[in-house]
Ligand binder design. Sequence first.
Ligand code: NCD
Length: 304
Amino acid sequence: MFRGRDIVSIKEITPKEMDKIFEVAEEMIPIAQSAERSSLLQGYVLANLFFEPSTRTRLSFESAMSKLGGHVIGFANPSATSLAKGETLADTIRMVDEYSDVIVIRHPYEGSARLAADFAKHPVINAGDGAGQHPTQTLLDLFTVKREFGHIKDLNVGLIGDLKYGRTVHSLTYVLSNLGANLYLISPSLLRMPKHIIRELKTKPLETEKIENVLPELDVLYVTRIQKERFPDPNEYRKVAGIYRITPKLLENAKRHAIVMHPLPRVDEISPEVDATPHARYFLQAFYGVPVRMALLALVLGVI
Ligand code: NCD
């Protein structure tokens, strides 16, 4: 059901297919931790094409491929490639497609991963297209919540920060609502979730500017960075920079079992003192990026 498939939008993956990915990811955990060895993807080549900065996504794809015995080619800085000479994305993809078995792409323009998928014969995985989608992040976010609570239905999930430009929350909101979570969208009015995304949700989310209003209700608080690089006007950014800061003091009003997640990188929206509280899950969440991406690679390459 996965062999040869592109992973461009989270909307193309059914809940049943997600369960399959999570089942495989569960088995991948000991390999990700190097407690077991695997050569499942020996002889396969992954092309990692990163046209935008990345730490976790790029390195966790590399780690996932390497720990399964495969190889990785690619770039993290397009200025060192022929793109700097004026090569089109379509030409780059056609050529990379001949050098590899699966392509991972991150690009500043929405729709770029779809374009790449149209030109490549091999599977293309979207690692973030502008403010569009980030489906593999959503898979690891859901994997984290499922491992923690065992279910998504009826959980109260608060998404806070930059809901306008943050692609992680654009992918995540859709699935959470589809799986029956109750959504609380917390942002300044400048950074509200786009209407076209809210319109697609199964149930109406609660929107507020103040975290204090909803924090005691939440099981999950998903914090996001204000996406400075996507603001057309720096003055607008200045108005909202540093607007939220999650601290241990604030979390005193949270449920005891509530967890704090963040796709990372964080700037100042979660104070470092939160790391030592029982609420913090963001580093564990970042680790889950490896087994989840291992599962996805093995599935689209059709080896399991
Ligand atoms: C996110 C991204 O690139 O969208 N990072 C990630 O992939 N973990 C979040 C962000 O940059 O704020």
